[in-house]
Structure formats: structure tokens, C-alpha cells
Write a protein that binds this ligand. Structure first.
Ligand SMILES: N[C@@H](CCC(=O)N[C@@H](CSC=O)C(=O)NCC(=O)O)C(=O)O
Length: 272
């Protein structure tokens, strides 16, 4: 009888790898939004409850949710193991754009991710609880979120990135619920200027943040990423910029995320 249980168990361990990263799904209360927000936390296999680990906040895109990354790219568990990094994937709602919405109290995701969630994660896991131990990135809406939140909260994050990011929202006034979050571009042009990544470059000084940007040449966000890269060069802001053939899809992101985690791991090591 014991053998019947043991053999499938050993086979399962063989398939998924021995002692792989652990995936926790947690609910974190947002005081500002007065609701629980689901979040996935991936702990590396070396997480022992004694030593502290750096944390990568990994944001999903428009129309997705907290478990999108781990379900569509399960290999991120191996990246967590390989680099000894905790990966945290918060829910960013169907289309929050990670803003604190000036028009809707139910969408206060800048405060949630960059304050409430950080505090919760640092209180509930053994983390390197400083900007030197935190990075943030994501895809598409989450690529905008990774740069937007880090540029505006440089005391919280030391490194940031974007994959296929909507790094300039201004050419897309009628898309993906952005106007629902900050008002229409026609009525509130200043909000669109102040809340687009391209409008926040004045907040950067050389080497204050480590930055990595990646976008495929067939992506509808390619042109805005090229412009961001040019503008960062013009302003003398060091950054890694990767582009290769590819479109706005999971085939692209499942590859891009490997380079992002490597980049952040190098940053974390350099700050130890
Ligand atoms: N659907 C993707 C997530 C990314 C996504 O939905 N992106 C939008 C653009 S806004 C950024 O998040 C998109 O591709 N919309 C389709 C269009 O043609 O505009 C997923 O699978 O998670």
C-alpha cells in the first residue's frame, strides 16, 4: 500500500523537479480600496525562513489577473529557484493601469502595489526590505506599471523593467480602459501627460534606478518603446534596451522574462 503512494509521489517529484519553488496564493487587504486583493507569491526552493531574499514584483497585462504569469509561464518558478528571488504577482484588476485613479476610489493600485503590498510582503516573508532588494516589472499594461511605479517611488524600488510596455499612453486615447481610470484625454490632457511613462522622465537622474526595457519589432507598442529608448539616451539615463523579432504575445513574454530576471538578479547581487 505504502509503495502505491510512494512511487507516484517520486514520479511527480521527478517531473516537477525536486523541492521546487512554492507558490502561495494570498489575499492582501487594501485599506485604501477597502477590499482584499489576490496575489501570487513564489518562494524559491532555498527559502528557509532564516535568510532574507530580494523580491521581484511582476505585473500582469490588461484583461489578465494575479495568476496569469504563473499559469502561462510556469517556468518563472524555476527562475525563482535559479536566482534565489521571491516573485510577487499582484492582481492589477482587468484594467487598472496601476494608477491611483482620480475618478474611481475602487482603483487605487499605485498605493496598493507600492505601499500596502510591499509592507504586507515584508511583514509576512523574509525579504531584503529596502529598495536595494526590490525590483518591479511587467508586460504591456504591467510594463507601463513597472516603470511608472518605480519612477514615482524611487525610495521603494531600486530597479525596474518593462516587456512590451505601454510606455506612452497618449497615442491610445480610446483603448484599454485608460480613460475610465483617469478621465478622457480631451477633457483632462494634463492627467495624460502626468501619468504616462514618457512624461515622467524628468524624475530620473543617471544611475538612480537600474532600468531594462524590452519590446518586439512587431508589437503595436514598438514605436513608443523606440521613442522611450531614444529619449533616455538623449537624457543620459543608462538603461538596457532589448528588441528582437516578436509580437505582443506570450511566446514573446515567456522568453523576455528570463532576461529581466537575470538583469534584476545581477542588480541584487551588486547591492549585497
Ligand atoms: N491579453 C494579454 C495581456 C496583454 C493585453 O491584453 N494587452 C492589450 C494591450 S494593453 C496592455 O496590457 C492587448 O493586447 N489588447 C489587444 C489589442 O489588440 O489591443 C494576455 O494574454 O494576458
Amino acid at each position: 500500500m505504502k509503495r502505491c503512494v510512494l512511487i507516484p509521489l517520486l514520479l511527480a517529484l521527478f517531473v516537477v523537479g525536486v523541492f521546487p519553488a512554492t507558490v502561495d496564493t494570498v489575499s492582501v487587504f487594501s485599506k485604501k480600496m477597502e477590499k482584499e486583493i489576490k496575489t501570487v507569491v513564489i518562494k524559491p526552493q532555498s527559502y528557509d525562513g532564516e535568510n532574507t531574499f530580494p523580491v521581484l514584483y511582476l505585473l500582469h497585462g490588461y484583461s489578465d489577473r494575479y495568476d496569469g504569469w504563473v499559469n502561462k509561464v510556469p517556468q518563472i518558478r524555476e527562475l525563482s529557484d535559479q536566482y534565489g528571488v521571491i516573485i510577487v504577482c499582484p492582481d492589477g484588476a482587468f484594467g487598472s493601469w496601476y494608477f491611483d485613479s482620480p475618478v474611481d476610489p475602487a482603483f487605487q493600485f499605485e498605493t496598493f502595489v507600492s505601499k500596502e503590498l510591499i509592507t504586507w510582503v515584508d511583514n509576512n516573508y523574509k525579504t531584503v526590505a529596502s529598495r536595494e532588494g526590490r525590483a518591479i516589472t511587467g508586460l504591456s499594461m504591467g510594463g507601463h506599471g513597472g516603470l511608472y511605479l518605480a519612477f514615482r517611488n524611487q525610495d521603494v524600488f531600486g530597479a525596474c523593467g518593462s516587456m512590451s510596455g505601454g510606455v506612452d499612453i497618449r497615442p491610445f486615447p480610446n483603448n484599454w480602459d485608460i480613460a475610465k481610470r483617469i478621465g478622457s484625454q480631451r477633457d483632462y490632457p494634463e492627467r495624460w501627460e502626468e501619468n504616462t511613462v514618457m512624461g515622467l522622465l524628468h524624475l530620473l537622474t543617471p544611475d538612480a534606478l537600474k532600468i531594462i526595457i524590452d519590446c518586439g519589432t512587431e508589437d503595436f507598442f514598438f514605436a513608443v518603446n523606440e521613442r522611450l529608448h531614444d529619449e533616455l539616451l538623449y537624457r543620459n539615463i543608462p538603461h538596457d534596451y532589448i528588441t528582437r523579432p516578436g509580437a505582443h504575445n506570450w511566446e514573446y513574454w515567456s522568453n523576455a522574462v528570463k532576461y529581466q530576471v537575470l538583469f534584476f538578479s545581477e542588480y541584487f547581487k551588486s547591492r549585497q
